[in-house]
Design a protein. Structure first.
Length: 164
């Protein structure tokens, strides 16, 4: 129950992001609060023994709302090089292949919560916070390298049945 309230707060903070100026103090506050709730809701659920299917689905929905809100506000102001867009497309293709492989291997949607995927998520979360001090080309390069490794590793785990 407590974890679901924390997860619901991520949806609330994410909704606010849609309506405030990008990179304003309110934007940063909601962005950081949403990221913090993402980091702690699963831990709270496991510690309290309240993790379950509803919480997992709510978490996924909250993640989608957060990523959508952040992308809607941040992507228009980022000058992402064409080469990075192509790389992102290749990573997305690998992820799509992983989803299809999961259906073929397990006859259901399979999601691999690997350490590499978690590191990728952290790097993607931190990237907008570093835009004022690190040139996007360099920070995006790091994120793409880690995301590529994570996607390939995830596919290997799915196809070998070693999903974490």
């Amino acid at each position: 129950m407590v974890a679901n309230v924390v997860t619901s707060c991520r949806i609330f903070f994410s909704a606010i992001i849609f309506f405030v100026p990008v990179f304003s103090p309110v934007f940063y506050g909601c962005y950081l609060a949403a990221g913090f709730t993402d980091m702690i809701d699963g831990t709270i659920a496991r510690k309290l023994g309240t993790d379950g299917e509803f919480g997992a689905k709510l978490d996924t929905m909250a993640d989608i709302v957060f990523v959508t809100a952040a992308a809607y506000k941040i992507l228009p102001v980022m000058k992402i090089p064409k080469s990075i867009w192509i790389w992102i497309g290749l990573i997305a293709l690998i992820k799509i292949i992983n989803i299809i492989s999961g259906f073929v291997v397990a006859k259901q949607f399979v999601s691999a919560h690997t350490k590499a995927n978690k590191i990728t998520g952290l790097l993607m979360f931190v990237l907008p916070l570093t835009m004022e001090v690190v040139e996007l080309h360099y920070s995006a390069l790091v994120v793409c390298v880690v995301a590529t490794f994570a996607a390939i590793q995830e596919g290997h785990f799915i196809r070998t049945g070693k999903v974490e």
